[in-house]
Every structure is written in C-alpha cells, then in structure tokens.
Design a protein around this ligand. Structure first.
Ligand code: NAP
Length: 309
C-alpha cells in the first residue's frame, strides 16, 4: 500500500509517498481501508516545526471501511463504514485506529463528508460548550472559515447566539462566512472588531489573543483551542472580569465519551436535516499531500482540505 511520510522537518515538499506493508491492528484497534483523510493545521505545523519523531508519519481524521479487527474489538465488524481519529500514518491507503476513537458513518454520507464533519464539529461543539453560553449571547469565532471555524459559526447560530461575528485573516473569506450565517465579518487587521461579544472561540492564538480578549464584553469568556500558542496578560482579564478557558478534544474523548457520542449524534442529525453544512475546500489525491499542506499554509481554505487514496 502507499502512505505518506517525512524524513526531515520542513515545508510541504518534505512529504514523500512510499510503498509499505499494510499495518496490522493490535488489541482494541481497527484496520481501515481509507476513503478520505483530513489535513489539519496542527499536522502542517508538526511537519514544518518538528514535534513528531523522524521518520514522521502524519495523523488526523480518516474515514473508510473496516478491513480487519484487532484482538478483543467489540461493536464493529469487517465492512462497517467508520470515521476515526488516527494518530500516525493517516495519509495512507490503509490505517490503524483505536476502536475507542471510531464511530459509524451513517448511510447516505460519504467518507469525505465524514472527515469534514466529525472532528471539526466535535471541536466546534466542545469549544462552544466550554464557554458555557447563555441563549441570546453574542459569539465571535476566529479562523471562522477553517475546518473547525466554519462549523462553529453555524453551530453558534443554531444554539441561539444573538449575533455571530466571523473573524478571518482576509476579506476574501467574507462571502463564505456570511453564507454560513455570520452576521458580521471582521478581518484581524481591522482597527475595530465592532461591539464587544460575550464569547470568543479562538482557533488562532499567538498575537491574536490580545485583540481577541479585548473583544470580550465585561464577564465575557474566551475559549482557547488553537495550536498557535500565545500569551494573555492577566490584567486584561481583571478588567471587566473576563475569563479564559481551554478546550482539548483528546481530554474530553478520554474523560467524557458520553458527551462525544451525544455531539456526534447531534452533528449527523443536523447534517441530515440540512441545517449544518460541512464545506470541503479541496479533495486531492494522496500523492498530492504537499499541495494540500500548501493550501493550509497559504491560509486560503474555505472549509476542509481532504486527501483521497
Ligand atoms: N483543541 C483541540 O482539541 C483541537 C482539535 C483540533 C484542532 N484544533 C485547532 O483548531 C485550529 C483550527 O483547526 P482547523 O482544523 O479548523 O484548521 P484548518 O482547516 O486546517 O485551517 C486552518 C485555519 O486556521 C486559521 N489559521 C490561523 N493561523 C494560521 C496559520 N498560521 N497558518 C494557517 N492557518 C491559520 C486559518 O484561517 P485564517 O487565515 O482566517 O486565520 C484557517 O482557517 C488549529 O489551531 C488546531 O490546532 C484544536
């Protein structure tokens, strides 16, 4: 089978397609014949900056059919269609995932839909829930056109936000986020981000944290969920009694599988009802993984970037 790995850190050009033996699922694992693989900013960062041992194997969400079950797996059968988080060698024709991180793909949805909807939707719902929003509060979403952000805009609207502000790096993304239901669009460089908001869901971090905290109304809450790092000045929280909290999907998956299951069901139901749209920016063949990483690095994506075998 073919898979993508990297043998040095660097830009997208370090990604290499290799031939390899099919992996063997261990206890509690599934072997999936992949039909779609998600490409994410954290993985693009790890290829460039390090953070994975070499030779490096990208990870991310995958969807496809189960080809084999490891020992002691229950609740799944060979041939089932699933989507799952995969921590290594996810850019591959066959991938091994933990059964605990897998969930069924319903009839009527394809693998690309699953990859665009589930991980991003879980992070969006998790971050929104972490803000403890009250009905009628206003919400600002940074990185609002990205794989997570474009779902967060729609979910905030559906969960009763009175005003949804989409913050993006370029005015070229304005039409896309408005079509998803954003009332206002802010470009990060704008001198003003408009009226203060009750909740900020931050996908960007870094230097954007300061204006993002400043956008909060008194009593407002910012949820940090990005891989972008950054620092927040304590004084900026004191003023107006603002709060910052974090959301990490891996922790919620480990501690609250019931919540993850409820959120997954909600995402598929909203999609089936035509109320939630998982946008796909590009679907590229596995051999063009470098091009997929370039799209993310150029900050051009409107929705999800997906590889297919
Ligand atoms: N906490 C968790 O459990 C968890 C899980 C998954 C993902 N995440 C985080 O969620 C964030 C968004 O992920 P995603 O999957 O939605 O991203 P994505 O689809 O891969 O797209 C990247 C998005 O991030 C924004 N961005 C911010 N800084 C960027 C940079 N330096 N380079 C490229 N893009 C940048 C871009 O929008 P703009 O250019 O408009 O800013 C773009 O929309 C990431 O920081 C990721 O680490 C967290």
């Amino acid at each position: 089978m073919r898979r993508v790995r990297f043998h040095e850190y660097g830009g997208p050009e370090v990604l290499r397609v290799e031939e390899a033996a099919a992996p063997v699922p261990g206890p509690g694992e599934l072997l999936i014949r992949t039909e779609a693989m998600g490409v994410t900013l954290p993985m693009v960062r790890k290829v460039r900056d390090g953070g994975l041992p070499l030779p490096g194997s990208p990870g991310g969400e995958v969807a496809g059919r189960i080809a084999a079950l490891g020992p002691s797996v229950t609740g799944f059968a060979v041939g089932d269609r699933v989507t799952a988080l995969c921590f290594r060698d996810s850019y591959a024709e066959q991938a091994v995932v933990s059964a605990a991180m897998a969930s069924p793909v319903p009839d009527g949805a394809d693998a690309v839909d699953a990859v665009a909807l589930v991980r991003g939707g879980l992070v969006a719902l998790g971050a929104y829930t972490a803000a403890r929003p009250e009905p009628g509060e206003s919400v600002l979403v940074t990185g609002a056109a990205g794989g997570v952000g474009h779902l967060a805009v729609q979910l905030a609207r559906m969960h009763g936000a009175s005003r949804v502000v989409a913050a993006v790096s370029s005015p070229a993304k304005a039409g896309f986020v408005r079509a998803l239901g954003a009332d206002e669009v802010v470009v990060y460089d704008d001198a003003s981000w408009g009226d203060p908001v009750d909740v900020v869901l931050d996908a960007v971090g870094g230097e954007l944290l300061t204006p993002a905290v400043a956008a909060l109304a008194p009593g407002g809450r910012l949820v940090a969920y990005s891989s972008g790092g950054g620092t927040i000045a304590a004084y900026d929280l004191l003023v107006g009694g603002r709060t910052v909290t974090g959301f990490q999907m891996a922790r919620t998956a480990a501690t609250r599988p019931d919540l993850m299951e409820r959120w997954r069901r909600e995402l598929w139901e909203l999609r089936a009802a035509g109320r939630l749209r998982a946008a796909v920016h590009a679907v590229l063949p596995l051999a063009e993984a470098a091009a997929a990483h370039r799209i993310i690095e150029s900050r051009a994506n409107l929705g999800k970037v997906v590889l297919v075998p």
